[in-house]
Design a protein around this ligand. Sequence first.
Ligand code: GCO
Ligand code: MG
Length: 403
Amino acid sequence: MKISDAYLIVSSPGRNFVTLKIVTESGIYGIGDATLNGREMAVVAYLEEHVLPALIGRDASRIEDIWHYLYRGAYWRRGPVTMAAISAVDLALWDIKAKAADMPLYQLLGGKSRERVMTYAHCTGRDIEGCLDEVERHIALGYRAVRVQAGVPGIATIYGVAKREGERYEPADAELPAEHVWSTEKYLNHVPKLFAAVRERFGDDIHLLHDVHHRLTPIEAARLGKAVEPYHLFWLEDCVPAENQESFRLIRQHTTTPLAVGEVFNSIHDYRELLENQWIDYIRTPLSHGGGITHVRRIADLAGLYHVRTGFHGPTDLSPVCLGAAVHFDTWVPNFGIQEHMPHTPETDAVFPHDYRFEDGHFLVGETPGHGVDIDEALAKQYPYKRASLPVNRLEDGTLWHW
Ligand SMILES: O=C(O)[C@H](O)[C@@H](O)[C@H](O)[C@H](O)CO
Ligand SMILES: [Mg+2]
């Protein structure tokens, strides 16, 4: 099964996506997601200049060998751009292998470990009341788990909260980075009130999640984890920047609130101390950033040794290709926890026909051979790329802070 062609489709049906198509001499093709939000064209250059020409003529069935060729062979290992490029190739090759075997991808991975995949939705409000309304709406849609984020009095724009009620939240919202202002003190005083209100109105059964988006120091994260313990969160996500894995030792000493980390990680090495010391509870790296199925399943296996489960990143800036492959992975992986779900726009869904289904708060995997997601190339061409950037964040005195 020699690779005869490999090319990218860059399209912006509401937001930018980079999609890789690998075609084999047999006519079977595979699709991979190469989207790195706000840095899309860096991955395009990496793939077009350094990867795609080297794929032509290779045997598409040698997924493992091609992975190491791209990882070890580059000499410059790891990093989000390199790993997003490798991920796209890997996802496309697994798609090809499953199509050639005439099997849905989850079968090739080892078959079903569960019937359906629990998801969590984003509930955001300008204030606590607005957020509670969103929780009510999502419970009515069938969700068993919701991530709650609300505006904080005294902070004008806050991460994860849509600019206007009822609108979608979009991180890459300007051509050049917008500037936000952040106050840790105001935030820390407010968040426990939000969770108290949610539990009081909706009771104990709904799973509650929260994303701190890397904004605290370890001791502040420890304080927040303790403060929300009475509301028994499913997880507290990215409570500190995680380059220094050792930070989690301190947080863990102080709180039983479960911790999720890793949407910006791209390698098993980013996790090693966190897992071996049992400092975290959920891994977040998506298939399209963590080296594809070949590498992320190694991370999931290592995590499993320490009772750590998966909770893959699933915002709208990962394409339906990544989400579709994730639904197969989630259906198979023994230590599954939850899958993030931010619904794509109808324009995006039309560009990427797919067979995964959402029902009653869960994803159901499809039976189409491969990962079950395709791209309508003619339609994709109607949505040209537009530069879009994630914001930056400053403290009230102007210091550039973590976003
Ligand atoms: O947990 C999440 O879903 C994330 O934090 C996203 O909202 C990211 O900010 C976004 O994917 C950046 O591109
Ligand atoms: Mg996050």
